[in-house]
Design a protein around this ligand. Structure first.
Ligand SMILES: NC(=O)c1ccc[n+]([C@@H]2O[C@H](COP(=O)([O-])OP(=O)(O)OC[C@H]3O[C@@H](n4cnc5c(N)ncnc54)[C@H](O)[C@@H]3O)[C@@H](O)[C@H]2O)c1
Ligand SMILES: O=C(O)C[C@H](O)C(=O)O
Ligand SMILES: [Mn+2]
Length: 561
């Protein structure tokens, strides 16, 4: 539906209050009639500007900042002043601005959150306010919240505990829900659960903006989250809740506790698994091999690593392997080396995926073997980095892998860029341009022997906006691994024509189309799986068109009209 054919919005706001409401503010784009009707005369300079003209000025201002962090601060200011202009700008310059509002610059913004803090956005729910949750949610002032991203700031990208500074992540993720998934910013809400921080620098920083207190005990934490979830369910029972950047000890337990109680998912476990399986399928297509032929080694067996491994096993089972045989194709390495069933004290989610003693014997590997030894002996065809450790993939490791596999698939997925296991440039040089690479953060194309290779950004941002859109158009009640698998297959299909030099995934500028495709496929699957009320494809398509928000100014009328 074009913006022009949309009905006017009836407002009770006027004057400075209207200009201060970022979802409604048009700045110099308020017409003469609107200026008169809404008491704006004299509050704006004389000239009327179109959105396009405003965006032109904003882009010049944006370019006047050299440092990514300053560009981030600028864009966040535009977002907090005029959201229509912010999303119009983003749409126009998506490839350039996505790394500024999202990964990797959002990582700097989280680390420096207190220092660069300007204006309030979203909800900070701190532990001392635990008896006031309903009032806090009420203060969000948004009646129709449909997508929430929540973090407790405990594992922000590969940057560890950032406390309240972690709020940068939900804000950035929700910006992508809007720009890629067409979800109106009026429906989104970022939330930071402030349960303290164990980051010593933040605990001693006189400017720290959060609750300056060590993280609460596990018992207090569980009770607090439970209260939060209950308050959410009372106020917005149909909203989608995305858990984001929770530390390992919390991520999976929270997902397991809540996935059957409300419409929620953990992006680092499930969204990452979906994008990675989709990207792997794209690499397999280039190699003309099924996924089930690959032997896969993980460096990092945390939320992301084990989430991806579990989804790979499901995909291999779909290709015809038994669960046991699929498991055998995967080896996981964490700080203590190769994970095996012989290790005591492994958490359950790792134990389930750890190698059996029989497998170790067959491969001639010892429990706890280091990465290099595992690569020498197991001869993997795929290496996935989700460790957050810069430099973990050394030249020796990559060269050793290629000794037994001429075209290795190597995915250093850790974010932000400074935490990557090895850069695409390094890997391409060490493999003479042969490796099929995908990274979590964006990287410039690599030139080898006069050939430019684009590097796919295997980031969950290809997945979650489409999931959100699916929930909205179909009224999905629960997010399952099967729905995530549907999303990864849609992504693989979208990548079906990629050539090696174009990279394993379509460019991020294709994200709107991919999100639409994911939304429709996931919605249909949810209906089949009885997770949403029946609707025809035509009905879903119509709902998608109706909901897909585009940045354009609407006309306003006074409520008294
Ligand atoms: N590309 C994406 O879309 C995406 C999505 C999620 C997470 N990530 C990235 O993956 C990384 C991990 O995220 P997570 O949620 O799994 O965190 P996590 O803390 O749950 O897991 C990280 C694991 O790496 C292990 N590790 C640390 N040093 C290691 C080493 N030298 N060798 C082997 N293992 C080591 C840790 O012990 C831990 O188990 C982060 O950098 C994050 O930014 C990327
Ligand atoms: O935030 C990202 O860029 C991806 C992912 O969710 C991460 O935690 O690294
Ligand atoms: Mn994350």
């Amino acid at each position: 539906m074009s913006a022009k054919s949309r009905r006017p919005i009836y407002l009770s706001y006027s004057g400075p209050q209207l200009l201060a409401t970022s979802l409604l503010n048009k700045g110099t784009a308020f017409s003469a009639t609107e200026r008169r009707d809404f008491n704006l005369d004299g509050l704006l300079p004389a000239r009327f500007e179109t959105l396009e003209e405003q965006a032109h000025r904003a882009y010049l201002q944006y370019q006047s900042f050299a440092e990514p962090i300053n560009r981030h601060i600028y864009l966040r200011m535009v977002q907090d002043t005029n959201e229509t202009l912010f999303y119009y700008l983003l749409n126009k310059h998506l490839a350039e601005m996505m790394p500024i509002i999202y990964t990797p610059t959002v990582g700097d913004a989280c680390e420096r959150f207190s220092e660069i803090y300007r204006r309030a956005r979203g909800l900070f729910i701190s532990y001392p306010d635990r008896d006031n949750l309903d009032a806090i949610l009420h203060n969000a002032t948004k009646r129709h919240v449909k997508v929430i991203v929540v973090t407790d700031g405990s594992r922000i990208l590969g940057l560890g505990d950032q406390g309240a500074g972690g709020m940068g992540i939900p804000i950035g993720k929700l910006s992508l829900y809007t720009v890629c998934g067409g979800i109106s910013p009026a429906y989104t809400l970022p939330i930071l659960l402030d349960v303290g921080t164990d980051n010593p620098e933040l605990l001693h920083d006189p400017h720290y903006i959060g609750w300056q207190h060590p993280r609460i005990s596990d018992q207090q934490y569980d009770a607090f989250v439970e209260k939060f979830i209950c308050a959410l369910q009372t106020r917005w029972p149909d909203a989608l809740l995305q858990f984001e950047d929770f530390q390992q000890s919390k991520a999976l337990p929270l997902l397991q506790r809540y996935q059957n109680r409300l419409c929620c998912f953990n992006d680092d476990i499930q969204g990452t698994a979906a994008v990675t399986v989709g990207t792997l399928l794209s690499a397999c297509r280039i190699q003309n091999q099924p996924l089930s032929n690959q032997r896969i080694v993980f460096a990092g067996a945390g939320s992301a690593g084990c989430g991806i491994a579990a989804q790979i096993i499901r995909q291999m089972q779909q290709e015809g392997l038994s669960e046991a045989d699929a498991k055998k194709r995967i080896l996981l390495i964490d700080r203590q080396g190769l994970l095996s069933q012989a290790m005591s004290n492994l958490p359950d989610f790792q134990l389930q995926l750890a190698a059996s003693t029989d497998e170790l014997d067959q491969l001639g590997l010892a429990s706890g073997a280091d990465l290099l030894t595992v690569i020498q002996k197991a001869q993997p065809t795929v290496l996935i980095g989700v460790s957050g450790q810069r430099g973990l993939f050394s030249r020796t490791i990559i060269e050793t892998m290629q000794d037994n596999c001429p075209q290795p698939i190597i995915f250093p997925l850790s974010n932000p860029s400074k935490q990557i296991e090895a850069t695409p440039e390094e890997i391409m040089q060490w493999t003479q341009g042969k490796a099929l690479i995908a990274t979590g953060s964006p990287f410039a194309p690599v030139q080898i022997a006069q050939q430019n290779y684009h590097i796919a950004q295997c980031n969950n941002s290809y997945i979650f906006p489409g999931i959100g859109l699916a929930v909205i158009i179909a009224g999905i009640k629960q997010i399952t691994d099967n729905l995530m698998m549907t999303a990864s297959n849609v992504l693989a299909t979208a990548a079906a024509n990629q050539t090696i030099d174009q990279g394993l995934l379509p460019p991020i500028t294709a994200c709107q189309q991919i999100s639409r495709d994911i939304a429709l496929a996931v919605a249909q699957q949810a209906i089949k799986d009885n997770l949403a009320p029946p609707q025809t494809l035509a009905m879903l398509e119509a709902a998608l068109e109706k909901h897909f928000w585009q940045p354009a100014y609407r006309s306003y009328r006074r409520t008294s009209d």
